[in-house]
Design a protein around this ligand. Structure first.
Ligand SMILES: C[S@@+](CC[C@H](N)C(=O)[O-])C[C@H]1O[C@@H](n2cnc3c(N)ncnc32)[C@H](O)[C@@H]1O
Length: 197
């Protein structure tokens, strides 16, 4: 038992727990700060059933592998690369939220509201969907940090697929709201999610 919970396992698991707690609480706190307490529900913690299931499966993979093949978790540079992705992904996502301010809502807006303007400055001048790029990097980074090969692939495929479907839907309404202005922006700036135009 002591051997299973080696220094590496304690480090990786505590980094993972810290990353999860920080990500979700900061999403909620920023949403309250930007939109006001009365406009924010617990949904802004961004914890869905599918997400919970994915995280539980990733912990199961971790524990199975650390028992059956502990050397897999000892690739220091792999784990550190994952940690760097978690930190960079978190920073990119939070910069997106702060830059877009009231325009960044966890639910996609399908009706135009007066305060909603097109944001194209800051991180939005580099990619059109920095919030999604950041989350993709964060989510895949958590699994690389745990040296979880199966969950790394599964998270990359599932999260990528989620955004590949969400982006055209979101942009359909952005084109309706901002017309030519959005078209010009989309032609000039890439989505920020690999292989999504
Ligand atoms: C969860 S936020 C994600 C924003 C963006 N897709 C990102 O990844 O940073 C979704 C809301 O942001 C709004 N939104 C997305 N891009 C925007 C932009 N460039 N300017 C203003 N609002 C935007 C959408 O209308 C939608 O209601």
């Amino acid at each position: 038992m002591t051997e299973i919970f080696s220094y590496t396992a304690c480090r990786q698991l505590s980094q993972m727990v810290a990353a999860i707690i920080f990500f979700h609480t900061s999403e909620y706190i920023l949403a309250v700060g930007i939109h006001g307490r009365s406009n924010v529900t617990l949904k802004s913690l961004l914890i869905s059933k599918n997400y919970l299931l994915a995280m539980i499966l990733s912990f199961l993979e971790y524990f199975l592998e650390i028992v059956l093949c502990p050397s897999l978790k000892e690739y220091w540079w792999v784990s550190q690369t994952g940690l760097a992705m978690v930190v960079v992904g978190e920073i990119v996502r939070k910069l997106a939220i702060i830059t877009a301010g009231r325009c960044f809502t966890h639910l996609i807006k399908i009706y135009h509201e007066d305060h909603h303007h097109l944001v194209t400055h800051g991180v939005y001048s580099f990619v059109r969907h920095p919030g999604y790029s950041g989350f993709l990097m964060w989510a895949v980074g958590t699994q690389i940090m745990l040296c979880n090969p199966i969950s790394t692939i599964a998270f990359a495929v599932v999260v990528w697929h989620f955004f590949a479907e969400r982006i055209p839907y979101e942009e359909y309404f952005l084109r309706q709201f901002f017309g030519h202005e959005y078209e010009e922006y989309a032609n000039r700036v890439s989505s920020g999610v690999p292989f999504v135009k």
